[in-house]
Design a protein around this ligand. Structure first.
Ligand code: PLP
Length: 388
C-alpha cells in the first residue's frame, strides 16, 4: 500500500528511545519487538500501583479497556468486536470452543504455513467431530489461493489462514479466500501475528470473521496480551464453551448457577487479565498507532529492500517472496546450519532468529541503513553458512 507523503526516516526520530541498540544490532522483531524506554517505564507504573495502593482493581480493569480501545483504533473496528486475550492461542481456542462440528459442516480448511498453535488447536477439534484439511503451499510459502478456494465446500465450517508465514514472512492475499469462503457459508479465521504492526491491515474492510494475534512482536508489547477480532455481523451467534468470569455479561454478578456471556467479542475472554502485561503492551501499541502503520510500512519496505540487495550481492538466497504484496518486514535467508548461523551472527552483535532452515532478519522502524550495512557485513563474514 503506497503512502502519499514522502517516506519518513523513522529511525532518525525514534531509535534513541530503544536502548538495545547501544549493545547490539537488533533485527528480531518477528520474535520480540525491541523495548522502548516508555514501554520499560510502564512496567514501573504497574509496580507503583502495588507499592502505593496495594490493590488497584479500578486502574487495572481500566487497562484492559484501554487495551481494547487501542486495538479497536489500530484495526479501525468498533471496541465491541475486540476481545483482549492473553495469547493468540487463547483466542483461537475460544473460537474453536464455539464451533459445532456435528451439524452438517465439519471441515476445517487450513494451510501448511500455520504456526503450531493454530494447527494443534484445529486438530484438537477432531475429538469433537472436525476433519482438518491442509492445503499444500506454493514453493515460496505463500498460500496456494486457487487450491484453497477449490477446497472450500458446503461442508466447510471454517477456513484458517496465516497472513504472514512465520518461517519466511511470506504474506498471502486474503481477500479472494475470504470472499470464496463466505460464498460457501464458511467462516474465516486469520492469524495476523506476523503482520500486525508491520503491514497495514484494516479489519473493517477485510471482512475476515476472526483475526488473532498478540503484542510482543511488531506491536512493541510483551507476552501476556493478545487480540481476537470477532466480526459482529457474522459471529455474534457463536457462543464459546471455553470461558471465564471476565467473559460474563456482568463480571461482578458472581453467578455460579448459569452462563450469561457478554454480547460483545469480550465473551471470548477468560479469567483475570494479565495485568502486568497490559501496562507495557498498551504503551507499545500506542507508539505504533502514533507513528502510523502506513509510515512504518513505507519506511521498513526500504530497509527490507536494502537488506535483500545486500544479501543477494553476497550470493545469499532470500527465500521471502520479492513481490511487495507478498512480504512484510521479515526476510528469510537460506542457511546451511541455522543454529550455528544465528550464533555466528550474534557473535558479530547481530540479533536474528531462525525457522525451518532459514535465518529470519526482521527489521522495524527503529532500524536504519547503518544497520543494513552492519548486517550485510556480518553475513559476508559468516558466508560459510549461506545456502546458495
Ligand atoms: C504466526 C504466529 N502465530 C501465533 C504465534 C504464537 O502465539 P501465542 O503464543 O500468543 O499463542 C506466533 C508466535 O511466535 C506466530 O508467529
Amino acid at each position: 500500500m503506497a503512502v502519499d507523503s514522502p517516506v519518513k526516516d523513522l529511525a532518525s526520530i525514534y531509535r534513541s528511545q530503544f536502548s538495545v541498540f547501544e549493545h547490539v544490532t537488533y533485527v528480531n522483531s518477528c520474535s520480540q519487538g525491541a523495548l522502548a524506554d516508555s514501554v520499560k517505564a510502564s512496567f514501573d507504573s504497574y509496580i507503583s500501583t502495588l507499592e502505593l495502593q496495594g490493590s488497584a482493581w479500578g486502574d487495572w480493569a481500566g487497562y484492559q479497556e484501554t487495551m481494547r480501545a487501542l486495538f479497536a483504533k489500530f484495526f479501525e473496528v468498533p471496541t465491541a468486536e475486540i476481545a483482549v486475550t492473553t495469547s493468540a492461542s487463547a483466542g483461537v481456542s475460544a473460537v474453536a470452543s464455539a464451533l459445532d462440528f456435528t451439524k452438517g459442516r465439519n471441515k476445517i480448511i487450513t494451510t501448511e504455513n500455520e504456526f503450531p498453535t493454530i494447527g494443534q488447536t484445529w486438530h484438537a477439534q477432531e475429538l469433537r467431530g472436525a476433519v482438518v484439511h491442509h492445503i499444500p503451499s506454493n514453493a515460496d510459502l505463500t498460500v496456494n489461493v486457487a487450491a484453497m478456494i477449490d477446497a472450500i465446500d458446503d461442508q466447510t465450517l471454517i477456513v484458517s489462514i496465516t497472513h504472514g508465514c512465520y518461517h519466511n514472512g511470506a504474506v498471502t492475499e486474503l481477500e479472494p479466500i475470504i470472499e470464496a469462503a463466505h460464498k460457501k457459508g464458511a467462516l474465516v479465521l486469520v492469524d495476523a501475528y506476523q503482520t500486525a504492526g508491520a503491514v497495514p491491515l484494516n479489519l473493517s474492510t477485510l471482512k475476515a470473521d476472526f483475526v488473532v494475534g498478540g503484542t510482543l512482536k511488531y506491536l512493541l508489547g510483551v507476552p501476556g496480551v493478545g487480540f481476537l477480532y470477532a466480526r459482529s455481523e457474522t459471529t455474534s451467534h457463536l457462543i464459546p464453551t471455553s470461558t471465564g468470569w471476565f467473559a460474563a455479561r456482568d463480571i461482578f454478578a458472581m453467578e455460579i448457577h448459569s452462563y450469561d456471556p457478554a454480547k460483545e467479542a469480550r465473551r471470548f475472554e477468560s479469567g483475570t487479565p494479565a495485568i502486568p502485561s497490559l501496562y507495557p503492551s498498551s504503551t507499545g501499541l500506542s507508539m505504533v498507532i502514533d507513528i502510523g502503520i502506513e509510515n512504518i510500512y513505507a519506511y521498513v519496505s526500504q530497509i527490507h529492500d536494502a537488506l535483500r540487495t545486500g544479501i543477494e550481492s553476497l550470493g545469499g538466497v532470500v527465500i521471502t517472496p520479492k513481490n511487495k504484496a507478498n512480504h512484510g518486514a521479515m526476510l528469510a535467508v537460506a542457511s546451511l546450519d541455522e543454529n550455528a548461523h544465528v550464533a555466528a551472527l550474534e557473535s558479530e552483535k547481530i540479533v536474528t532468529s531462525s525457522r525451518g532452515g532459514n535465518i529470519r532478519v526482521s527489521p522495524h522502524f527503529y532500524n536504519n541503513f547503518e544497520d543494513v550495512e552492519k548486517i550485510v557485513a556480518a553475513f559476508a563474514k559468516t558466508s560459510q553458512y549461506l545456502r546458495k
